[in-house]
Design a protein around this ligand. Structure first.
Ligand code: ADP
Ligand code: MG
Length: 322
């Protein structure tokens, strides 16, 4: 079982940023309104997420380390209509196979909380403790027991970049939740709950305010909303292009092409426009790759989606040549 967990862990947990993604998504799923991320040594020493979500009972807390112990799917039909981010029940079990985990949690109506320590896929200690409502999970010394994987980690700068990417994605997808990020005890971000436009400005800088246009397009098959950067605001480097489908971040060269196409002739050579676009679509008409770490997606009718995204962006740019 321990070996099985370590193998599964290899799928889910590739680097500190994978832990960040899974923990932040769990906090979102738990209905938190405030989430704090604390990292040390680019997550190699510590990734901690503290939330004020619904917390776990003692039994649920123990269960959360079991593989396929998800509380989020009850029937197979649910799989096709996923409302929560998590649905595999693999993340915490995988993390506990390759790191030292401390879980402190308390349900809102409970008198006391639970503190669990786990490592090598075993719960090593359990006690009742005083705790604030919500959940705090600390993941220490990732891959301490898998030296080959530990050695494979990149420099702190590279690992921190991956962490920031994950943090930004979750923060953009959930502007109604307050987020903060601390890196080696200093505050990197403090993001109050608010509107998407304010979240973008808080994440990327005040100058974005003047440089964005809003996007809004509603059709029967697809709703699109978000912000795009003005053409002259494009950058030589990539990295500020975000698609979310039903609030999940996805990468799509195909949809990126639709956006770039909409800018036709307006973009400076070899430059990439800023965009944060949210697509809402019937869950039945998409196929989210169920691989733990993939952020790819298939649309049933991708040509239609392409055309709608393109026209939404054109409209926002004030280009009307249909
Ligand atoms: P999944 O998210 O796919 O269900 P995880 O391994 O990420 O699987 O989590 C296992 C279970 O632990 C979740 O289904 C949930 O019940 C519980 N859990 C994890 N993190 C939290 C949290 N921050 N607050 C409340 N419950 C949590
Ligand atoms: Mg999860």
């Amino acid at each position: 079982e321990y070996l099985a967990n370590q193998i599964a862990a290899g799928e889910v947990v590739q680097r500190p940023a994978s832990v960040v993604k899974e923990l932040l998504e769990n906090s979102v799923d738990a209905g938190a309104t405030s989430v704090q991320l604390i990292v040390k040594e680019a997550g190699k020493q510590l990734v901690q997420v503290v939330d004020n979500g619904h917390g776990m009972s003692e039994t649920d807390a123990r269960m959360s380390f079991e593989r396929h112990a998800t509380s989020k799917i009850k029937t197979t039909e649910d799989l096709f209509c996923i409302k929560t981010m998590g649905f595999r029940g693999e993340a915490l079990a995988s993390i506990a196979a390759v790191a030292q985990v401390e879980l402190k949690t308390k349900k809102r109506d409970a008198d006391t909380g639970t503190l669990l320590l786990a490592e090598n896929s075993e719960i090593t200690s359990q006690e009742h403790v005083a705790a604030p409502d919500g959940t705090s999970i600390s993941v220490k010394n990732l891959f301490f027991n898998v030296p080959a994987r530990r050695n494979f980690l990149k420099t702190n700068a590279v690992e921190m970049r991956h962490i920031l990417d994950e943090f930004q994605r979750v923060a953009l997808a959930n502007p109604q939740i307050a987020f903060s990020l601390y890196q080696n005890d200093s505050e990197v971000y403090k993001l109050p709950a608010g509107k998407l436009s304010q979240r973008i400005i808080n994440l990327f800088g005040n100058n974005y305010k003047e440089q964005m246009a809003s996007v809004e397009e509603n059709t029967d098959v697809l709703q699109v909303h978000g912000y795009i950067g003005k053409p002259e605001f494009s950058k030589k480097t990539r990295g500020e292009q975000f698609f979310f489908v039903n609030n999940r971040f996805i990468k799509s060269a195909y949809l990126n092409h639709a956006v770039i196409n909409a800018y036709e002739g307006l973009l400076p050579k070899d430059s990439h426009p800023f965009y944060v676009l949210f697509l809402e679509i019937e869950p039945q008409s998409i196929d989210i790759n169920v691989h733990p770490t993939k952020t790819e997606i298939k649309f049933e009718d991708e040509k239609v989606i392409y055309a709608i995204v393109q026209s939404a962006v054109k409209k926002s740019l004030g280009v009307h040549n249909i």
